[in-house]
Design a binder for this molecule. Structure first.
Ligand SMILES: *[C@@H]1O[C@H](CO)[C@@H](O)[C@H](O)[C@H]1NC(C)=O
Ligand SMILES: *[C@@H]1O[C@H](CO)[C@@H](O)[C@H](O)[C@H]1NC(C)=O
Length: 370
């Protein structure tokens, strides 16, 4: 009896919980043919289980947001797999969207990262869409109300940026201008789309997990707001920079910036337990990632928990970090393979159209987990 009840509960959980990241399947290349975003395309994605009902409605009502979301889905997968490439859990299961494995359904720390990252990528790409003028409901951010920072403060703020003002900094004037990234509007659009799913109608565990998922979404959106930095452009006679306009922008490196922030939060994620009514305990800061289920150690294959195991994974023989054989292979040891690589080398230019090369051999050692 107990067992049936437990399985039923798990079943209910699994039905509801993939809810809000199924749209990550938009990033699969086969979906690129969905464009243009007609009503039929949106409805088709609903039937394919990639969009929730409310998301499909949003897609039909504002199809212009869809290209940003497709890009966000691609980014989420790329940033996640890059961030975790050397770890036991390497995020490869994200590619299974919309049919997720249990570790991305049961409220683990990994799920928290993916939810947060997907929201961050969505806000980022939507904000770019706003600035490019491709979305109807937003454009550039309203400039901050406060005065621009004083020139001296500015020079130090810029030490990490690509723009340097040299000695001119203190003499040139500064005004808000350009096109600031409208992260606030983008965040609103992303929220409407991502939280399009309602919490499960029954089961307090499901409700609680939904609340946790929504919290992690918000943490992801906030990570983008926190990634805004001051960007400026110089004006004036022959680059004298006597006037410059500045705005708060997201820079050109893409959502990976927010991903790095979220990866740090993944390390310090907090476990939460349900309280009555399926609500979140109030003491957690907005920026924290939260999880409800302890992760497996991902050492050996376990289908029921979403662990692929690390057998056959490449590891680093001299590192003591996550990618080191010691940790990655979970103490099972590893095999060392030596491979001889032949390459063209020491090429000499003989005459037009003819280059003579030698063949060099090098030995490359690779390590693989048992
Ligand atoms: C990720 O881990 C899985 C399971 O161990 C493995 O099959 C896959 O090759 C890994 N992917 C990368 C990019 O290392
Ligand atoms: C292995 O780890 C060492 C030490 O961290 C590092 O210097 C080296 O580049 C790594 N090798 C590979 C192939 O990643």
């Amino acid at each position: 009896m107990r067992r049936t009840k437990c399985c039923l509960l798990l079943f209910v959980l699994l039905i509801h919980n993939g809810c809000c990241i199924k749209w990550l399947a938009l990033g699969h290349s086969s979906n690129e043919i969905q464009q243009p975003w007609t009503r039929e395309a949106c409805t088709g994605l609903r039937s394919a289980g990639i969009l929730e009902r409310k998301q499909a409605r949003a897609c039909r009502a504002a199809p212009e947001v869809m290209p940003s979301l497709v890009q966000a889905a691609i980014d989420t997968s790329a940033v996640c797999q890059h961030s975790f490439r050397n770890r036991r859990w390497n995020c490869s299961n994200i590619e299974r969207a919309p049919d997720y494995t249990p570790e991305l359904l049961t409220g683990t720390r990994e799920q928290a990262f993916v939810y947060a990252m997907s929201a961050a990528a969505a806000v980022w790409r939507l904000a770019r869409g706003c600035a490019l003028g491709s979305l109807a409901s937003c454009s550039c951010a309203t400039p901050p109300r406060r005065e621009p920072p004083s020139p001296s403060a500015l020079t130090s703020a810029f030490s990490a940026s690509s723009i340097t003002f040299g000695g001119l900094a203190s003499r040139s004037s500064f005004k808000w201008g350009g096109c600031g990234d409208d992260v606030r509007s983008a965040s609103r659009i992303a929220k409407r789309f991502l939280q399009g799913a309602s919490p499960p109608a029954f089961g307090s565990t499901g409700k609680f997990l939904h609340a946790v998922n929504m919290h992690n979404h918000r943490a992801g959106r906030r990570a983008v707001e926190q990634s805004l930095s001051l960007e400026c452009k110089c004006h004036g006679v022959s680059g004298s920079c006597s006037v410059r306009t500045c705005w708060r922008g997201l820079g050109s490196s893409g959502p990976a910036v927010a991903g790095a922030r979220l990866l740090r939060r993944y390390a310090t994620a907090a476990e939460v337990r349900p309280r009555s009514g399926g609500r979140l305990p109030p003491l957690y800061h907005h920026d924290n990632l939260l999880y409800t289920t302890k992760s497996p150690d991902y050492c050996s294959p376990d289908k029921n928990r979403g662990s692929l195991g690390t057998i056959g994974r490449q590891c680093n023989g001299s590192s003591s970090g996550y990618e080191g054989c010691e940790y990655l292979c979970c103490g099972r040891g590893h095999v060392t393979k030596t491979e001889e690589i032949l390459e063209r080398c020491e090429c000499k230019y003989i005459s037009c159209c003819y280059v003579k090369c030698k063949t060099c051999r090098s030995i490359v050692k690779t390590y693989e987990c048992n």
